[in-house]
Design a protein around this ligand. Structure first.
Ligand code: PBG
Length: 326
């Protein structure tokens, strides 16, 4: 075995061409999914204070934005809906004229090739802001399942290509798969938020989606941050129920979980670089304290290195611009 001075590891770092030749991991635009917020109404484009650069659009305002996403070669968007009216059971989730359903149609009419994934969860639609139906002050798992299945079905009927349940109820993947199959949508994949932790990093999202829980917290359904073996059980369960792609969320504080899941399962793996991670980067870069381009590319590459195949990120458009111009 060669050792110094015969061996010099710096030899392969001397020029960018050499470094590129031996680079082990890369972020590609085709790995990215761009999350978008759609709000009920007309002529609305609203900023989100804690997420500079991200807007909420009414369905009629989506055209230019999705054309740009498509032009930047980002393969997919993930939609979150913010309805006008909320109620106890989130009954507007499967309305054919609901905000997400309309947004899907608007996108498909503009750029039919752009993949449209939809977040399937009640929290933006319920008056209490929880991800499931509330019975006697507790989140009722089994009463939530049919609602999630109906919601997923109505997204698919409106033209969604992928459904992404994010509620963390037990059994939702199976319930959604059965409903889609019954209605002839065997070809529609489920991207399940399999290991979703109860995280402080969702703060800005809850402002964006108006989905903060009005009482208690999400710890009875989202995962406890210290646990990693439990994440493997969640992933195993979702794959067994029929998930096609599994997701881990958030990203940066959970790179070890990504690696464990990658080493254990063969299913395509998505990772969500969430709102709080985005907000921290933006805040520091606005102060001029960090270099945004370098920081974001380093961060996303680390997510790939940990084992992700797909990254959901609010930085997607910037990343695509940077990668397209090099
Ligand atoms: C809805 C949902 C949340 C996120 C995605 N889907 C918020 C939550 O669970 O409180 C977070 C996304 C982000 O922070 O970017 N259940």
């Amino acid at each position: 075995m060669a050792v110094f001075p015969q061996l010099r590891l710096r030899r392969l770092r001397r020029t960018e061409a050499l470094r590129a030749l031996v680079r082990e991991n890369r972020v590609d635009i085709s790995d990215l999914i761009y999350p978008m917020f759609v709000v009920e109404g007309k002529d609305i484009r609203q900023g989100i204070t804690s997420m500079p650069g991200i807007l909420r659009y009414s369905p009629d305002q989506l055209q230019a934005e999705v054309e740009e996403v498509f032009r930047l070669k980002i393969p997919a968007v993930l939609l979150f809906g913010i309805p006008e009216h909320k109620d106890e059971t989130g009954s507007s989730v499967y309305h054919p004229e609901g905000v997400v359903q309309k947004a899907i149609q608007a996108i498909k009419n503009t750029v039919p090739e752009l993949l449209v994934a939809t977040d399937v969860c009640l929290c933006e639609y319920t008056s209490h802001g929880h991800c499931g139906v509330v019975s006697n002050g507790a989140i009722d798992n089994d009463r939530t399942l049919p609602l999630l299945a109906k919601m997923a079905l109505s997204h698919v009927e409106a033209g969604a290509d992928i459904v992404a349940p994010s509620d963390m109820m037990d059994g939702r993947v199976k319930a959604i798969r059965e409903t889609l199959d019954e209605k002839g949508y065997q070809h529609i994949p489920i991207l399940s938020y399999a290991a979703k932790y109860a995280s402080a990093f969702y703060g800005p999202f809850r402002e964006a989606a108006e989905s903060a829980p009005q009482f208690g917290d999400r710890r009875s359904y989202q995962m406890d941050p210290p646990n990693v073996r439990e994440a493997l059980r969640e992933v195993e369960q979702d794959i067994a129920e029929g998930a096609d792609i599994i997701m881990i969320k958030p990203a940066l504080a959970y790179l070890d979980v990504i690696r464990e899941v990658r080493n254990t399962f063969n299913c395509p793996l998505a990772v969500y670089n969430v709102s709080g991670e985005y907000a921290m980067v933006k805040a520091a870069c606005q102060q001029g304290w960090l270099d945004e381009r370098q920081l974001v590319l380093e961060t996303l590459t680390a997510i790939k290195r940990a084992g992700a195949d797909i990254i959901l990120t609010y930085h997607a458009k910037d990343v695509a611009r940077w990668l397209l111009t090099v």
